[in-house]
Design a protein. Structure first.
Length: 170
């Protein structure tokens, strides 16, 4: 079971996320009557031109933003930053406001869980240091990518559109 502090952080970040998918906030409200775990967190690392994103090749999920399970006692933002560093070697400052909140299952037979997406601006010239078996690379947003989460590319593009319009704080 997660400690109250990380769960409070997840609830606060879900409430302030720029985008909401899958009726995540309503799902979270109903899930709070029981245990909410595991939490998922990822980082959408974009270049300054907002044309590329860092993705890792997961063994069976395909191309996905760096992320993973939030560890017990860890706040989602900290978990996202940790996973990003582990999977890519990158340590950019995460933008203040979470990019999105969604509900998803991370694999067949796994329960649905809250997933928080954070954003960061990175430098494509900085070398990526991938985890064993999970190649990391910059991908163009206009190309799309194969993933077990086919809506991800559209969701990231929607977020980028908001960033470009100034509707979301950098």
């Amino acid at each position: 079971m997660f400690e109250q502090r990380p769960l409070d952080a997840a609830v606060a970040d879900a409430g302030s996320a720029t985008l909401e998918f899958d009726r995540a906030r309503a799902w979270l409200r109903s899930a709070l009557v029981g245990a909410v775990e595991p939490l998922g967190a990822e980082v959408w690392v974009l270049d300054t031109a907002l044309e590329q994103i860092v993705l890792v090749r997961h063994p069976w999920r395909g191309l996905v933003p760096p992320g993973g399970k939030v560890e017990p006692g860890e706040c989602p933002r900290d978990g996202a930053a940790r996973e990003l560093a582990e999977e890519t070697g990158l340590r950019p400052r995460l933008l203040e406001r979470p990019a999105a909140v969604a509900v998803r299952s991370f694999g067949p037979g796994l329960p649905e869980t809250l997933s928080l997406s954070y954003a960061a601006i990175g430098d494509p010239e900085q070398p990526l240091i991938a985890e064993d078996g999970q190649h990391a690379a910059w991908m163009r947003l206009d190309q799309g990518w194969e993933s077990c989460f086919p809506d991800d590319v559209l969701r990231v593009r929607q977020y980028v559109k908001l960033l470009r319009s100034g509707s979301s704080a950098w």
